[in-house]
Each structure stands twice: as structure tokens, then as C-alpha cells.
Design a protein around this ligand. Structure first.
Ligand code: HEC
Length: 175
């Protein structure tokens, strides 16, 4: 399973290296989705994905979906769409319908800092493969790095109850 995904990522990376040359030559990237799509995607994500990936995509039960590393993993909107439209959510993989998956990709991109444009995202393999996640979300990366840092500091608090539990065993030692 892992090996298959990995192989696909390599193939996608090669494809997009070719298409990216064309895309960057144009005006500074129409993001490839509309504000309405991202908005609908937010609702669908909240219902279908948030319980595992976190309301703010921060990753709770499952990996977080923010940051240039994750974007680089999927490389293009097509790579992300292909994966989630086949594999997610785990209880009904691929069952949400084309529009829902497109909207969710738009929402994930927006949350990663991509700007909405006039052209809706459509389920066209070539068009999706021409949308570079890394390039589109570049501006959002710095702000996200900061947000992630804040999350890390907060989660440090969870160590306290654990230490308290260990402390409770100490009296047995003394007997
Ligand atoms: C029941 C929990 C659950 C739900 C609901 C769920 N996921 Fe996942 N998701 C996972 C787990 C667990 C993984 C890690 C799988 C692996 O590494 O093999 C994952 C992996 C992913 C990844 C790959 C993350 C990476 O690191 O590259 C993406 C993207 C993703 N999910 C998107 C979604 C989307 C979009 C939805 C909603 C349509 C969704 N997931 C719903 C549990 C869930």
C-alpha cells in the first residue's frame, strides 16, 4: 500500500515539473478554485474529516493537513484529489462524490494560504495536475509555521496529569 502511493507520488512529481514551467510563465497563478468552493469544502470537511484531522487541519487522530511538507507530499491539486477521492474518509472511501472532494481540496488549499480565483476547480486530470500545491500555498507557509508553533506550546500542558499519576504510586514504595 505504502509502496504504491510512493510510486505514484514520484510519477506525479515528474509530471508537474513539466507542467509547472508552463504555469509559472503566466500571471501569478490563478489559484484554480473559487471562494464558494472553499466555503462549501469547509462544511464538508467539518462533517467528514475534522473528527480525525482536526477542525483547523492541525491533526488530532490523523496527520495534520497543513504546511509545505504536506503540500509537497501531494505536489499538485490532482495528487491530493486522487488520494482523498479514493481513500478518505476511511469509513466510506471515495463515497462523497466528485464535487465534495473538489470543494475539500479547495478548502485545504485555502487553509494553507492559497488565494481563491474566478475559475472553479473541475475534475479534469490535466487541469488538476497543473495546480502546484507548493507554489500556491507559499505565501501562507510563514503564517502557518507561526500558528503551528503556538499549537505545540499548548499541547505541552498534557504532561501534567501524567506526572501526577506516577506520583500516586510513591506511597507504595515507602511501605
Ligand atoms: C476516521 C478518521 C479519518 C477520517 C474521518 C478522515 N481521515 Fe484522512 N487520514 C486518516 C488517517 C489515519 C490517515 C493516515 C493514513 C496513512 O498514513 O496510511 C489519513 C491520511 C489522510 C491524508 C494524507 C495525509 C498526509 O500526511 O499526507 C489526507 C490528505 C487525508 N487523510 C484527507 C482526509 C480528508 C479530506 C477527509 C475527509 C473527506 C479525511 N481524511 C477523513 C484518518 C481519517
Amino acid at each position: 500500500m505504502q509502496a504504491t502511493f510512493f510510486g505514484r507520488r514520484v510519477v506525479l512529481a515528474i509530471t508537474s515539473a513539466v507542467t509547472m514551467g508552463v504555469a509559472t510563465a503566466g500571471s501569478l497563478m490563478a489559484a484554480g478554485f473559487t471562494a464558494e468552493q472553499a466555503e462549501s469544502g469547509q462544511t464538508e470537511y467539518a462533517q467528514q474529516c475534522a473528527q480525525c484531522h482536526g477542525v483547523r487541519l492541525e491533526g488530532t487522530e490523523a496527520p495534520g493537513l497543513l504546511g509545505q511538507d504536506v503540500m509537497g507530499n501531494w505536489d499538485t491539486a490532482g495528487g491530493l484529489y486522487d488520494f482523498i477521492s479514493v481513500a478518505m474518509p476511511p469509513a466510506q472511501p471515495g463515497q462523497l462524490g466528485e464535487d465534495a472532494y473538489l470543494n475539500i481540496v479547495a478548502f485545504i488549499m485555502r487553509e494553507n494560504g492559497a488565494q481563491a480565483g474566478d475559475e472553479p476547480m473541475v475534475a479534469d486530470e490535466e487541469k488538476l495536475a497543473a495546480i502546484s500545491l507548493v507554489a500556491e500555498t507559499k505565501d501562507g507557509a510563514a503564517a502557518l509555521a507561526q500558528a503551528n508553533q503556538e499549537t505545540t506550546i499548548e499541547s505541552g500542558d498534557t504532561n501534567v496529569p501524567q506526572a501526577f499519576t506516577w506520583g500516586k504510586e510513591l506511597p507504595q514504595f515507602k511501605q
